[in-house]
Design a protein around this ligand. Structure first.
Ligand SMILES: *Cc1c(COP(=O)(O)O)cnc(C)c1O
Length: 368
């Protein structure tokens, strides 16, 4: 048996008749940039998430860059974020000439630890940028309380958590702006790059719409230097079809997680994911903490089971950020997790046999 990390054939095959039809419609109209399907998707997504405005853009990374620009955060400003995340979380701050300030994570949820945020606040701090890592919402009540107390903006990097909730409230709806990525491996993926900003604030929404087209409004008049970052009409059409399947996929991912939880919870040498009782995760990843991570990874790979390390090197010690002055030991939880985590396949189309095969292999390794 062979288990990939993600099976896009299994995901797309049932939807291809509708997707082809949607693509044909885009082709028939040749309205490839900002065609009507973009607005259609934005309205559909806003309704799905229960957030007033959705603003499509070219990627999840650009969504973050746009969000920071819209909040007028730049040179001399600091943004508090997590070090245990995908690179774009911090690079988007850097690219706006602001300074990422890394705070350590909670060892159970892998998310920004609210108890460690206040110590990192300085007179230059402008915003907090939590990430809803692996599909589990960060403790947004605690984070919003700190933001309110210190008058800080909040940007939710929700590239991995579309549709996840905290205490019954939708991720992306807590902060000033939330961002999504439709990179093909995210829970809702495009056939290429795409992203989105979400906000309940009318002024921020208007500004984001302007910033994604070079900051122009009206055409050829520029108040700000924005980006060229639109969501392609073709991608919007594809995503619109796929959005109808998202709730079912999230449910299937949770069911897979429950299967793993029940079969792996007592296995020595690994810890199954901790989901806070206030959180409903959409399991973009199912991430184990392993005593012998590298050996387990090699063992699973020898059994044709794909698995992956998200992330092997925390951002505070990445070479490109060396001028920030962080060193190993500064964020011990993130550093420890980087050496212990291993994500196993959790995609919705996994078969029972595949799940059983994965659990058996993990048990075999752990009993050796
Ligand atoms: C995927 C991802 C991004 C970037 O999204 P792209 O669409 O690939 O640009 C940003 N932040 C996190 C946490 C991600 O997982």
């Amino acid at each position: 048996m062979k288990v990939p990390m993600l099976d896009l054939h299994a995901q797309y095959d049932p939807l291809m008749p509708q997707i082809r039809e949607a693509m044909e419609r885009v082709y028939a109209e040749h309205h490839y940039i900002m065609g009507p399907q973009v607005k259609e998707l934005e309205e559909k997504m806003a309704a799905y998430l229960g957030i007033k405005h959705a603003i499509g853009c070219a990627s999840g990374t650009d969504a973050l860059v746009l969000a920071i620009k819209a909040l007028e955060i730049g040179e001399g400003d600091e943004v508090i974020t997590t070090s245990f995340t995908f690179f774009a979380t911090a690079s988007s701050i850097w690219r706006n000439f602001a300074k990422p300030v890394f705070v350590d994570i909670d060892p159970k949820t892998f998310n920004l630890d609210p108890l460690k945020i206040e110590a990192a606040i300085t007179p230059h701090t402008k915003a907090i940028m939590p990430v809803h890592l692996f599909g589990q919402c960060a403790d947004m009540e605690a984070i919003m309380a700190i933001a309110k107390k210190h008058n800080l903006k909040v940007i939710e990097d929700n590239a991995q958590g579309i549709g996840s909730t905290w205490n019954g409230k939708m991720s992306c709806s807590f902060g000033d702006i939330g961002t999504l990525s439709f990179f093909p491996s995210k829970n809702l993926g495009a056939m290429g790059d795409a992203g989105m900003c979400l906000t309940n604030d009318d002024d921020l929404a208007a500004k984001l719409r302007q910033l994604r087209v070079h900051g122009e409004n009206p055409k050829y008049y520029h108040k700000w230097v924005g980006l060229n970052s639109r969501l392609d009409t073709m991608q919007a059409a594809i995503l619109s079809v796929k959005l109808d399947a998202l709730a079912g996929w999230s449910k299937a991912r949770r069911a897979n997680a429950e299967f793993y939880n029940s079969h792996l919870k007592d296995v020595k040498g690994i810890t199954t994911p901790f989901i806070d009782s206030k959180a409903v995760s959409i399991y973009n990843q199912y991430t184990l903490i392993c005593e012998k991570r590298d050996e387990l990874q090699a063992y699973l790979q020898s059994k044709d089971i794909a698995c992956a390390v998200y992330y092997p090197l925390p951002l505070h010690v990445q070479e490109c950020f060396s001028s920030l002055g962080y060193k190993n030991g500064d964020l011990p939880v993130a550093e420890t997790m980087a050496s212990k985590v291993l994500s196993i396949p959790i995609y919705p189309e996994l078969t029972l046999e595949q799940k059983q095969y994965i659990c058996a292999a993990i048990k075999e390794f752990c009993q050796k």
